[in-house]
Write a protein that binds this ligand. Structure first.
Ligand code: NAI
Ligand code: 13P
Length: 341
């Protein structure tokens, strides 16, 4: 029987571990570094802090022993926040072999380097095959078996198809996409726009504002993405506009919920204390702001959110900056982006 080792018992790792266990085809182990959480999960067969009310099936193995959990695992699923991916990859290095496939679900960019998750894995685990799973997929809905679609992306199409097969169920439909750069950037950068959509909600703005942020947001994501080597069409797919829609509109989204609190006037620290789970958009904003300067790409929404988060800029002044900046032509911009492909 194939074995899948899920590293990180947060909301997403737990939801995928439950889904894969219920498929009854794989041996699944869910690892956490947190001994208290491990003991609590063993005792209650629940993961109350991260995924309320979801029963952890008895067939799902729980572990706080990294080395043991990795033994004989064909697939190692990294389900930790993006800033922890490098340290977890280097932690597992002594215990894994080259034939174990790394599947990553973290949606972020590394602070300091600006690297995508695949670039980190290439540095830390150069001989292992890598797949990223991304798309509109909140943990709470996956765990409740609500129909969901995602993409499996790898430079190696056979491996992407293998992972597509492993993760597909009657409630999770998995597509493949070879554009790893586009898939990873879509997942990381939509968090910034979702944070902005939350700020707009917190300010009391309406549907027009949300639609504007989503539409103009995907444009600036694509603009940077193309310069970084992504394919334009990926941004109109599940890992692009699909994930942007779900995070900008869902109350499950931590990025959107964090934005709402900021829009309501809470400080960043108060916001993080209230959300408790990872809010990837905060670091992504800083990294994307730096990348936009490096690549010479205009990203007005990202720039204003950067101002709010890192320069204590007044939120209402940022709205004015976006609305009153130099007027531009929608179509011309699209054509020039397509020509630069
Ligand atoms: N929650 C969701 O619906 C989805 C989350 N994602 C992405 O998956 C990644 C993980 O997200 P969540 O599970 O939601 O986060 P979370 O905040 O719910 O849980 C993160 C888990 O990682 C563990 N962790 C943190 N640092 C660690 C380290 N250095 N070593 C080992 N474990 C560590 C924490 O203890 C916690 O169990 C994020 O990049 C997120 O964007 C992707 C799709 C959906
Ligand atoms: O990426 C996600 C859903 O696809 C999760 O988004 P949040 O991190 O904003 O909750």
């Amino acid at each position: 029987m194939d074995k899948i080792c899920v590293l990180g018992a947060g909301s997403f790792g737990t939801s995928l571990a439950v889904l894969l266990t219920n498929k009854n085809k794989y041996e699944v182990v869910l690892w956490t570094k947190d001994n208290n959480q491990y003991n609590e999960m063993i005792r209650t067969r629940k993961n109350e802090s991260y995924l309320k009310d979801i029963y952890l099936p008895i067939e799902l193995s729980l572990s706080n022993n990294l080395k043991e959990s990795l033994i004989n695992a064909n697939i190692i699923l990294l389900a930790v926040p993006s800033q922890a991916v490098r340290s977890v990859a280097s932690l597992i290095k002594p215990h894994i072999s080259d034939d174990q496939i790394i599947v990553n679900v973290a949606k972020g960019l590394e602070k300091g380097t600006g690297y995508r998750m695949s670039q980190i894995i290439k540095q830390e685990l150069p001989n292992n095959k890598y797949v990223v799973l991304s798309g509109p997929s909140h943990a709470e809905e996956i765990a409740s078996n609500m129909p969901t679609t995602i993409v499996s992306s790898s430079e190696d199409i056979k491996i992407a198809e293998y992972i597509q097969d492993v993760f597909s169920t009657s409630t999770l439909r998995v597509y493949t996409n070879p554009d790893v750069i586009g898939v990873e950037l879509g997942g990381a950068l939509k968090n910034i726009i979702a944070f902005g959509a939350g700020i707009a909600d917190g300010l009391g703005c309406g549907d027009n504002t949300k639609a504007a942020l989503m539409t103009r947001g995907i444009r600036e994501i694509a603009r940077l993405g193309i310069k970084m080597g992504a394919k334009l069409s990926t941004f109109s797919g599940l890992s692009g506009i699909g994930d942007l829609i779900v995070t900008c509109t869902s109350m499950h989204s931590r990025n959107r919920r964090a934005g709402i609190l900021i829009g309501q006037g809470k400080s960043l620290q108060e916001t993080l204390d209230e959300i408790k789970m990872v809010v990837e958009g905060i670091t992504a904003t800083q990294v994307a702001y730096e990348l936009s300067k490096e690549y010479g790409v205009d990203m007005p929404i990202t720039r204003e959110i950067y101002g709010i988060l890192y320069n204590q800029k007044d939120v209402k002044e940022c709205v004015d900056n976006l609305m009153l900046r130099t007027r531009t032509h929608e179509l011309e911009e699209v054509v020039s982006e397509e020509l630069s492909l």
